[in-house]
Structures are given as C-alpha cells and as structure tokens.
Design a protein around this ligand. Structure first.
Ligand code: KG4
Ligand code: ZN
Length: 373
C-alpha cells in the first residue's frame, strides 16, 4: 500500500511516499529556516504563506521521485495536529482536495505519532525491531514528552499495528529545542540553535566551566522536565559577565551579513563561550537521558525510542548509547533526516491507522493542540 504523507505543522513543508509503513520511496522537505532565521524563531503568518507556496511543488517532487503518478497513490496521510493552525490547514486542505479528486482515503495523523514512527522506519531499514512496550522520548522545538508505547493487543509485536500511548512526563515550560533556540539567540548564534550549539559544544577546549548547572529537581512527577530555569541561568550569567558582550555583538553583526555557518561563527567564539555552551548542552542532555532511563527502569522495558529534532544531537546520542548499554536496554534513534520534521513519518503512521480503519471525512479540521495521550 503506497501512502502519500503530507506534513505542514510548523516550518517544514514535506511530502513523502512510503510503502506499507516501511519502505520510503521518496521524502521531500522544504525548510523555511531561511525565512524565519532573521526573526530568531518561527513567525506563524509567514509559515502559512510559505506552506501555501510550497505544498504543490513539494508533493509533485515527492511523487516524481517515487517514480509514480499521483493517481497511483492508495491513500493520503496528513498531519492533523498539534502545530500552528494556519500551517496545519494548508496541508489538510490540500490533502482533502487530492483525496476527494482521486477518490482515495484520507488518514488523519498526530504529528507526535509520526515522530514515533520515524524510529520504526529507521529500525526497519537497519534490519532491527524495537521490542514493545517501549519508552519513547519525543524532544523537539515544540515538545519534550515521555510516553509509554505499547501495542493495543499485547500479543502483537508489530509497529504497524495500532499503538497505545500513555504520557509519563512532559516539560512544564520550554521544550528542549526551544531552550537551544533561545540560548543560541542570547549568544548571538542565530536560528535554529540546536545544530550550531551541538557542534560548538564538541569543540575541544580546556577552558574550565564558567558556571555549573546541577540536575533540575522536579516536585511532583519526577519524570517531568523543565528547561526555563536553565535558560534564565544562562541569561543571568551572560548579563553579569560583561566580557561576553563584545563577542556577542560581533557574532550578531556576522549573522546580519549572512555568516551563519559553524566555520564562520567558531572563530568568533572565545574558549569561555565554548565552555559555557558545553555546560549548557551537558545539562540538557543529562536531564533528558536520566529521566528517560528512569522511565525505562520503572516499566522494565527493553527498548527506548528517541525522536524529534533534538534527537539529532550528537551528545544526546552518545550518552543514550552509553547509558542504555549499561542498563541492558536497546536505544533506537531515527537518522538525522528522519529526526526533524518530515512526511515519511506521517505516511508510516498513517499506514497503521488506515489498517485500523481510521479514515477522515470532509469535515476534518486542524487541531493545534491535538493530544496523543
Ligand atoms: O522536530 P523539529 O524539526 O520541529 C519541531 O517539531 O519542533 O525540531 C526542531 C528543533 C529546533 O528547536 C532545533 O534547534 C532542534 O530541533 N535541533 C537540535 C539539533 N538539531 C535540531 N537540537 C539540539 N541538537 C541538534 N543537533
Ligand atoms: Zn516535530
């Protein structure tokens, strides 16, 4: 079964064709980073307008790369939410129109379930399979949430069967990716913050940590997350130490001249700044890994799934690999391309929902706060 997936929940217009929820025939992503970077974050109005411009060529490209015609598609899967309402509506309206014109079923997909399926797609490519139930951490610019994932029928070990989710913890304030983006903005390192901070944190440097961040203690649910305290601590540290101001100003100036690459910004970072970035990343990664591993231990699961834009982080991957090996748990990540928003994950999630008989009618609407559990 060939499903055309459509994703437009935030700042990526994406389309993909996936066979039986497993084999990716094509996956096209048009990123809007070029449009939003000068504002230091996603501007919803601009995002909707850009989705409108991109949706037709992106779908066309995905169909062409899959070597087929639009009429050969067996079903259409589209992100219903969560996300920006105006952005979601572009994908949904387009999906509905195509489904109606071709007389094909339209399957509504939760964006977060898409991120879970990104892990299954990758595992399948690598000839691996995640044992269920599992613990899944979805960590992106909009979400930081821990789920228990299990098949509806506990005897079935099939990620294409309908899955059930139970929320175990979530961020009480900022998402981890949002913290990366805000800290990068504060330091004059542009948008999005994750990729550049990730690379700067890895630059070898003997400078001592200019400040230490302890683990975030949570009252109540110990599996919840919080990143706004860390972000504020970074802000105060930078404000209170005037030596950062001049290099931040120089980097901001470089950004306005279009110099946004790692190689261009690295020479403008002092050893002290690099050490500060290293400490920030260390604190975020430690919290993400420790809470996820506690959840896995609590449930006694054999698999941990990690997905979403921040799952591309190199230190997060290494730390999870080390911790899971020590705990006798298998950890699964999507490739970097499947970690960030894409439509292959939406098509894969749509397949399991279609098999379970979940099909939308013409009243399908965007749900900006659609919950998974
Ligand atoms: O999943 P995604 O593409 O979009 C959302 O649904 O939010 O995630 C984007 C987020 C951004 O906040 C970005 O800074 C972060 O993922 N990100 C990273 C890395 N690559 C992207 N954060 C840390 N390290 C990375 N390598
Ligand atoms: Zn996402």
């Amino acid at each position: 079964m060939r499903i055309l997936g459509i994703e437009s929940s935030c700042d990526e217009t994406a389309a993909a064709v996936v066979v039986d929820g497993r084999e990716i025939l094509s996956s096209v992503v048009a990123s809007q980073i070029e449009i939003h970077h000068k504002y230091g974050g996603v501007v919803p109005e601009l995002a909707s307008r850009e989705h409108l411009r991109q949706i037709v060529p992106v779908v066309r490209e995905a169909i062409a790369q899959a070597g087929m015609e639009l009429s050969n598609v067996d079903a259409i899967g589209v992100t219903q939410g969560p996300g920006l309402v105006g952005a979601l509506l572009v994908g949904i309206t387009y999906g509905k129109t195509v489904a109606q014109a071709l007389g094909k079923p339209l399957v509504p997909v939760n964006h977060l379930e898409g991120h879970v399926h990104a892990v299954f797609l990758e595992a399948h490519k690598a000839g691996r399979a995640a044992r269920l139930p599992a613990v899944c951490l979805i960590v992106s610019g909009g979400h930081t949430v821990l789920y228990e994932v299990k098949p509806e029928d506990s005897n079935v070990q099939d990620s294409n069967a309908l899955l059930r989710y139970r929320k175990m913890g979530q961020t009480r304030d900022d998402a981890a990716g949002e913290a990366y983006d805000k800290v990068a903005k504060l330091l004059g390192l542009g948008y999005p913050g994750g990729p550049i901070l990730d690379r700067l944190a890895a630059v070898s440097n003997d400078a001592p940590a200019p400040v230490k961040f302890g683990p975030t203690k949570m009252k109540g649910n110990a599996l919840d997350f919080s990143f706004s305290g860390l972000k504020t601590a970074m802000l105060y540290h930078v404000r209170e130490h005037s030596e950062y101001a001049e290099e931040i100003r120089r980097r901001e100036e470089a950004l306005t001249r279009g110099k946004r690459k790692f190689e261009e910004l690295l020479p403008l970072c002092s050893p002290k700044t690099l050490a500060l970035v290293r400490e920030f990343q260390h604190a975020v990664v430690r919290d993400l890994v420790e809470r996820t591993m506690s959840a896995a231990e609590e449930l006694g699961v054999e698999s941990v799934l990690v997905s979403g834009g921040v799952a591309a982080n190199s230190q997060l991957r290494v730390t999870f690999e080390e911790r899971s090996k020590a705990a006798g748990v298998e950890v699964f990540f999507p490739s970097r391309a499947l970690s960030t928003d894409n439509a292959a994950m939406i098509a894969a999630a749509a397949y399991s929902r279609f098999r379970a008989g979940i099909i939308a009618d013409s009243t399908l609407n965007a749900d900006p706060s659609l919950a998974l559990a």
